[in-house]
Design a protein around this ligand. Sequence first.
Ligand SMILES: C[S@@+](CC[C@H](N)C(=O)[O-])C[C@H]1O[C@@H](n2cnc3c(N)ncnc32)[C@H](O)[C@@H]1O
Length: 257
Amino acid sequence: MIDNEVYDRDGAGWWDEDSSLNMLHGSMTPGRLRYFRGVLDRLRLDPGALRALDVGCGGGFLAEEFARLGAQVVGVDPSSVSIDTARRHAAEVGLEIDYRVGSGESLPVTDGEFDLVYCCDVLEHVSDLPRVLAEISRSLTPRGVFLFDTVNRTRASKMVAIKTMQEWRLTRIMDVPIHDWDMFITPDELETGLRDVGLQVREVVGLGPRANPLALVTNLRRAKAGKISYGELSRRLDFGQVRSTQVSYMGFAVKGA
Ligand SMILES: C[S@@+](CC[C@H](N)C(=O)[O-])C[C@H]1O[C@@H](n2cnc3c(N)ncnc32)[C@H](O)[C@@H]1O
C-alpha cells in the first residue's frame, strides 16, 4: 500500500539537500527540463508565452524552472505542507507562481486554461488514473501539450524502484512504501489512457541514471549512511534521458492532434 502521506510528513524538506525528497532535484530536475525544453523547441513553442499547469508539483522544483523561463505557472498538489513549502521558496527566490491545494482527480482550474500541462513522477501515485488523465485533458487548450514522466511496470522497475530503493535495508531511501509496483504504468497503457481522453502520444524516451549500476548502489549506501546528501546523490547518479524505457520514461502528447 503506497504511503502518499509522506509528502505531508516530510514536505517541509523538499529544498533541503539532506531530505530524501531532494533526490528529485539534484540532477532529476535539470535532466527532465533538458528534454522538455527540447520538446517545446521542436514544437516551436516559446515557454515564456505559455500558461503552464504543474500537476503534483510537490515542493515546486519544476514549477520554478518553468516560471524562470517566463511561463505563467499554476502548481497543484494535494499535500498542503508541500504547497506551503513551495509558496515559501518561490517567495524567497522572487518567483511568482500560483500554488493551489488540490488533487489531479479534481483539478482546481477552469476548462481549456493551459497551453502546457506537465505531470512528473505523479501518475504512478494517483488513485484514479483515468480521472486524472481526463482532468489533464480538460485543462488543456485544443492544441495543448502534455509533458510527462512516470515509472514503467517491468521486472527491471521492480528491481530498481521497489527492491533497491524501497525494500533492501542497506539501499532503501525511505522507510515507508513510496511506490507500489502494481500502480506503475506501461507506456502502452499510458498511450491508451491518453488517447481515450483526446491526447495523442508523440514520443516516449527512457529516463534514468546515467551513472553505472555499481555507482547507483554505492552512492545509495553512502547517502543512507549520511556520508553524502540526497541532493549530492542525485547529482552523482546524473538522471536524464537514457535509451531504455524499462524503469522510467518521459514523453509528450498533444491534444486533438
Ligand atoms: C514523487 S512526488 C513528485 C513531485 C514533483 N512532481 C517533482 O517531480 O518534483 C509525487 C507528488 O505527487 C503528489 N500526489 C499524490 N497523489 C496525487 C494526486 N492524486 N494528484 C496530484 N498529485 C498527487 C504528492 O503529494 C507529491 O507531491
